[in-house]
Design a protein around this ligand. Structure first.
Ligand code: FES
Length: 147
């Protein structure tokens, strides 16, 4: 697998995201508190740049209308139509009980390769869209991605 150095690690401080071009592809790089994630910078729904999205913690709906906040799982919310993609896997998640499902007439493909039952957050179901992810790591002073 070809490895590409995308820059010195200090160019990607915690809490930031960048768009980089690697081998002709736009890649969104996220540094979430020192953990790096790389997603293709193209929303699989209709192509918005995910690097322009908002990052937050995965919310699990709880009974009674509240939410539980995931301690370590983060999603990026697409700036165009709001689908949320988990940074680690690219899997989209949605609430089966919301209008969004009806609006999009989602056909849920359970058993996605990226998601096992244990990883399915309570109250959420995997959406039909999966953003492409790439292995990314810090090697010495540099951030390295594999495409
Ligand atoms: S283009 Fe991303 S949710 Fe529609």
């Amino acid at each position: 697998v070809p490895r590409f150095v995308i820059g010195p690690v200090e160019s990607f401080p915690p809490g930031t995201r960048h768009r980089v071009e690697v081998d002709g592809r736009g890649i969104a790089i996220f540094n979430d508190g020192g953990r790096f994630f790389a997603l293709r910078d193209v929303c699989p729904h209709m192509g918005a740049p995910l690097s322009a999205g908002t990052v937050w913690r995965l919310l699990h709906p709880k009974g009674g209308g509240g939410y539980e906040v995931s301690s370590d799982r983060k999603v990026v919310k697409c700036p165009w139509h709001g689908w949320e993609y988990e940074l680690a896997t690219g899997q989209s998640w949605y609430r089966p009980d919301t209008d969004r499902v009806r609006a999009y007439e989602v056909s849920v493909e359970h058993g996605s390769e990226l998601v096992d039952d244990e990883a399915e957050p309570a109250g959420l179901a995997p959406g039909p869209y999966v953003a492409e992810t790439f292995p990314i790591s810090v090697d010495g002073d540099y951030v390295v991605i594999e495409l």
